[in-house]
Each structure stands twice: as structure tokens, then as C-alpha cells.
Design a protein around this ligand. Structure first.
Ligand code: TTP
Ligand code: MG
Length: 388
């Protein structure tokens, strides 16, 4: 079993963002929550947790436990903004990201290793990317499924990095409290504890039938989870809506060959990003801006989704010509693909020719990954490349 599933969870997220924006708060007990004494704590920095302060605790109680704490009302827009930037880092590694909450996500890393190394290397890189960009720490768990990955990210929090390998599952799971199992709330834990079952190890002494009698369907689920078995997929719930590229020229240009060369260069970039993400798009769009800043976008839909450079390029030329957009000097040119869906077998098998194009494109991607962006250049882009 591969370690393909990653769970990322930011540490003391709201409080850590407050400390990032105001370095004077670093190392201090920061408590984010309601403005009045009647609210509850959203989160507390690890310095405040030492005093027993935790999420959902009444502010009044937190003040009793930690009177010298720094109480802040919370700035949700700011936390969302930082969250978006953190997710942008995650999407650089794979499009298969399931957002669980503002500071938490699952990633399926299957297929990422060719570009970024094995899962452990990717996990280390993501942690470093987040730290280098924000000074924030994330806890990361790696395992073969979502249940284990989430347990793993919690094992060494804060600033954790924990891997649950197949051979260690029983040893790690058995001593844990049953409450650690996903979906075991207070009530289920009470029922289990009334039967003397406090740890996952003890839970494993019950047969699947006994668990079903005790807890119904949920009992069956617990039977499998307690053995580290979880078949849930990482569900992409925040998909990229379009992939595009645009360039502003140093001077307005009207030379048709130059325009087409840069259109081709952008089509290559867009198609490559689509292929990397395993996506195809059914709408192709061009954007053009003239010297006086008037801007036009035009799009066309195609019946079979594509990530092929030539199709994107040809449709973009068609759009520019049909709409007579090339009759004035151009300041900015862009090309994009939207209406995206995962690449399926139909793209591969539609035409034999298509299949060859697909193979060619993937081979070129491989060569570029290995030897650099300029290792394979189209004839049309050659002059353009030499002059740069
Ligand atoms: P969590 O990830 O549960 O908590 P955390 O990031 O503060 O701390 P850690 O992961 O290190 O244990 O939640 C993320 C954010 O969601 C948290 O910073 C604040 C918010 N939140 C609430 O507003 N109320 C709550 O009850 C919880 C649990 C979280
Ligand atoms: Mg968190």
C-alpha cells in the first residue's frame, strides 16, 4: 500500500495568523473568540493551551484560567484570505485537494511523484512552502487512506510530520482512545466505555456482528476503521474553474507573426498545465487588449474536451480572425480554457490521431520536466526564443 493520502491541518490557525500579522504576539497566550465575556473561544495559541484553554470554551472561563491572555475578537476575512493562499500552495502539487475546513485538507498524491518526488518529500516541501511564505506551521499526516492520514497529522501536533506505514498500523492504533476514531462522538464513546471498551485495541476484540448489534451500521464502520481500513476517496470539492495565461507586451504589437508566436507559446503553457492537472476543457477563450485599454474576450465551445496545444491554438486563431481582432496594435493577449473536467478515456480513444498527439504531448512534457522548458521548441517559436 502506498502512502498516497496526505492530511494537512494548520496549527492554532486563527491565533497563528494573529501572531503572524503582529509579531509582538509571538510566544504569547493569544485567545481568539467572541468580543464579550459571553462568547466562546474560537481557538487559542499553544501558549494559552497550557492553561487549559481550548476551542468552544466560554470566554469567561478562559479569562479565569488565563487572566493574562491576549483576547482578540477575530478577523474572519483575514483568515479566509490566508487560507486561500495556503490552498494555492497545495494546488501547486495536485488538483486532487479536498477542503475539509478553512485550515484543513486531504490531498491524493497518486501520480505526483514523477514531478515532485515521493509523498514524504512532497509533505516536507509543502510544510516548508507554507513556513517560508507565512512563517506558519502546518501539521502533516501521511498514510494509505484518509482515516489514517488524519490520525497521523494529529500525532505530533503542533508542527507535526507523521507517517503511518502499513506495518505500523496496529501498533499505533491499538493504544489510542476510541474517541480518536473518526465519527466516534461522545454518545458512541459512552456506549463503548460502558462495555469496558476504551481503546482501539479493545474495540478490535469485538466481532463485526457484536459491533453491529451494539451500534448498527456505525458499528460495522468502526470494525474496519479500528483495523486501519477506510475506502473513502479524496473528493475534489473546490475545483479549478479555468486555466489561462496572458501576456502584456513591452510595446503594442501588430506583426501577425509575432502575435501568432506568442499565442502559440501561451497555448503550450495552458495545455501543459491542463495535462499536469489531468484536466480537459470544453471552452476556449481569447482575450485581447489594445493600446487604449479597450478589452475584448471571445470564446468558443467544443464538443470534446481538450488539453491539446494544437486544438487550443487553432481555436484561438479562429476566434481572433472571425472577430477581426487583429486589425489594431495589441497591448495584451491571453488564451484560456474553461468548462473543465477530468481527462477521461474518450479523449484518448476518439481518434487514433488524437492518441498519437496525446502521446507526443506527454513525451514533450517529460522532456521539458527533465531538461527544462526550452529543451523542445516549436519552429514558430524559434525566432521568438532566440531574440529573448
Ligand atoms: P482547528 O484546526 O480545529 O484548530 P486550530 O487550527 O486552531 O488548532 P490545531 O489544529 O493546532 O489543534 O480549527 C481551525 C480554526 O477553526 C481555528 O483556528 C478556529 C476555528 N474554530 C472555531 O472557530 N471554533 C471551533 O470550535 C474550532 C474547533 C475551530
Ligand atoms: Mg488546525
Amino acid at each position: 500500500m502506498a502512502l498516497n493520502i496526505m492530511h494537512v491541518d494548520m496549527d492554532a490557525f486563527y491565533a497563528a495568523v494573529e501572531q503572524m500579522d503582529n509579531p509582538e504576539l509571538k510566544g504569547k497566550p493569544v485567545i481568539v473568540g467572541g468580543i464579550s465575556n459571553r462568547g466562546v473561544v474560537s481557538t487559542a495559541s499553544y501558549e494559552a493551551r497550557k492553561y487549559g484553554v481550548h476551542s468552544a470554551m466560554p470566554i469567561a472561563e478562559a479569562k479565569r484560567l488565563c487572566p493574562h491572555g491576549i483576547f482578540l475578537p477575530g478577523r474572519h476575512e483575514r483568515y479566509s484570505e490566508v487560507s486561500r493562499q495556503i490552498f494555492a500552495i497545495l494546488y501547486q502539487y495536485t488538483p486532487i485537494v479536498e477542503k475539509v475546513s478553512i485550515d484543513e485538507a486531504f490531498l491524493d498524491l497518486t501520480g505526483c511523484s514523477r514531478l515532485f518526488g515521493n509523498s514524504i518529500q512532497i509533505g516536507r516541501r509543502i510544510k516548508a512552502d507554507i513556513y517560508n511564505k507565512f512563517g506558519l506551521t502546518a501539521s502533516i499526516g501521511l498514510a494509505s487512506n484518509k482515516f489514517l492520514a488524519k490520525l497521523a497529522s494529529d500525532m505530533e501536533k503542533p508542527d507535526g510530520f507523521f507517517v503511518i506505514e502499513e506495518k505500523d498500523i496496529d501498533r499505533i492504533l491499538e493504544p489510542l482512545d476510541v474517541g480518536k476514531i473518526w465519527g466516534v462522538g461522545k454518545r458512541t464513546a459512552e456506549i463503548l466505555k460502558s462495555k469496558g471498551i476504551d481503546t482501539i485495541g479493545r474495540l478490535k476484540t469485538l466481532t463485526i456482528e457484536e459491533l453491529e448489534t451494539l451500534l448498527g451500521k456505525n458499528g460495522v464502520r468502526l470494525y474496519y476503521l479500528s483495523r486501519g481500513i477506510d475506502n473513502r476517496r479524496v473528493e475534489v470539492n473546490n475545483p479549478v474553474k479555468s486555466i489561462s495565461h496572458e501576456e502584456t507586451f513591452a510595446e503594442d504589437i501588430s506583426d501577425r507573426n509575432l502575435i501568432l508566436a506568442s499565442l502559440l507559446r501561451m497555448s503550450i503553457k495552458v495545455s501543459r498545465r491542463l495535462r499536469k492537472a489531468g484536466l480537459v476543457g470544453n471552452t476556449i477563450e481569447v482575450k485581447i487588449r489594445y493600446g487604449d485599454f479597450t478589452t475584448y474576450t471571445r470564446s468558443i465551445s467544443i464538443s470534446v474536451g481538450t488539453n491539446q496545444t494544437d486544438i487550443i491554438y487553432q481555436k484561438a486563431i479562429y476566434l481572433l480572425e472571425k472577430n477581426k481582432l487583429l486589425n489594431r496594435p495589441i497591448r495584451l493577449l491571453g488564451v484560456g480554457v474553461s468548462n473543465l473536467s477530468p481527462e477521461g478515456p474518450e479523449q484518448l480513444s476518439l481518434f487514433e490521431n488524437n492518441l498519437k498527439m496525446e502521446k507526443l504531448a506527454k513525451t514533450i512534457d517529460l522532456i521539458r520536466d527533465k531538461f527544462g522548458e526550452t529543451s523542445v521548441i516549436r519552429a514558430r517559436n524559434l525566432d521568438d526564443f532566440k531574440s529573448r
